[in-house]
Ligand binder design. Structure first.
Ligand code: GAL
Length: 333
């Protein structure tokens, strides 16, 4: 009798167990979407905020029906390394890629790989050429901001100062330009348009004292500006930096040289990193430009999801830059 009862009990347990994995299980039909993200390098202030927001936003979009499994890899500023990461994403049948290219000129190779594997690809932050963006239409896109706009805003911030930045009143703006990475369109356009817009808005001419490559890096920004201040001393009226990380370095060098931003020198950056916005609010930087990583990352994620659903992508999704000055800095904290 006991034996029969035990048998019955184990049968019931088994039935119960089977029931758990049966069609009533809410997790059973859950779709998993694998997203492969490769960032040009993790050690970049702005792209760190950007990639963190990609992950955070994907999390908020996971539901009972869909989970987004996001793998974010560090391209280590090495195109060969990044290419092998992309090859692996494709080999492992990831559903969609989000790529911040190490070298924008390698876009064509990556697009061809995606096309061969029928994988959609969202490029972010480093814009491929117009030619390359014509390939694999509807399945690739670039999400970003127009770097010309950020450069123009930097030029305007200085041109709109009461003295137009011309501290010595000689009708010329003596300046130092700290460039991100000369191969990158963000760096090229910011370097070019900041000055062109300054000339147009101020009606003055410019005198470039120095232009150096700082690779978007704070320590390099500091070193470049420290050297420039030693060489050109009071002649320098404005330091333009292609991004805030380098401007933060420049600010350290300016302080160390006993100069005061807003009084005997001016300093502008781009990105609106929290630290830079704080300094703009305290008149320790003349201004910066919001590079909206929240909107950009959300648009990139939205595009990825759209592509996974099988919808065609637009070739471009743009986000605007916003000027940040001591007057409006408190709105950006
Ligand atoms: C720029 C940004 C820089 C750096 C660079 C990397 O848009 O302003 O701080 O992150 O992208 O490509």
């Amino acid at each position: 009798m006991k034996k029969i009862a035990a048998l019955f009990l184990s049968f019931m347990m088994l039935a119960g167990l089977v029931g758990c994995t049966g069609s009533n299980d809410p997790g059973k039909d859950k779709k998993i979407i694998n997203v492969g993200v490769s960032i040009y390098k993790f050690d970049d202030n702005f792209m760190t905020l950007y990639r963190q927001e990609i992950e955070a936003y994907f999390k908020t979009l996971s539901t009972d029906e869909v989970t987004y499994q996001v793998t974010v890899q560090d391209g280590k500023n090495d195109m060969a390394e990044q290419t092998s990461q992309i090859d692996n994403f494709i080999a492992q049948d990831y559903d969609v890629l989000i790529i911040n290219l190490v070298q924008a000129t390698s876009a064509a190779t990556i697009i061809d790989k995606c096309e061969a594997a029928k994988k959609p690809c969202i490029f972010i932050n480093r814009e491929p050429s117009v030619e390359d963006m014509k390939k694999y239409e509807g399945m690739i896109t670039y999400v970003g901001a127009d770097a010309r706009q950020s450069g123009k805003m930097q030029g305007e911030i200085i041109a709109e100062l009461d003295n137009k930045g011309d501290l010595n009143n000689d009708g010329l703006l003596q300046y130092v330009m700290v460039v991100g990475d000369p191969e990158n369109v963000d760096a090229k356009y910011r370097t070019q348009y900041s000055i062109e817009q300054y000339i147009e808005k101020s009606g003055l001419k410019v005198d470039k004292l120095d232009e150096q490559r700082g690779d978007w890096d704070q320590a390099k920004g500091q070193e470049i500006v420290a050297n420039a201040l030693t060489q050109y001393k009071d002649k320098i009226e404005v330091v333009f930096c292609n991004n805030d990380a380098m401007a933060l370095g420049a600010a350290q060098a300016i302080k160390a040289a006993g100069r005061t931003v807003g009084k005997d020198i001016y300093l502008v950056g781009v990105d609106a990193l929290a630290e830079a916005v704080e300094m703009v609010g305290n008149d320790e930087m003349s201004g910066t430009v919001l590079n909206d990583h929240i909107s950009q990352s959300h648009k990139a994620v939205d595009a990825a999801i759209k592509a996974v659903k099988g919808d065609k992508l637009d070739t471009y999704y743009w986000v605007d830059y916003v000027k940040v000055t001591p007057k409006n800095a408190s709105q950006f904290k």
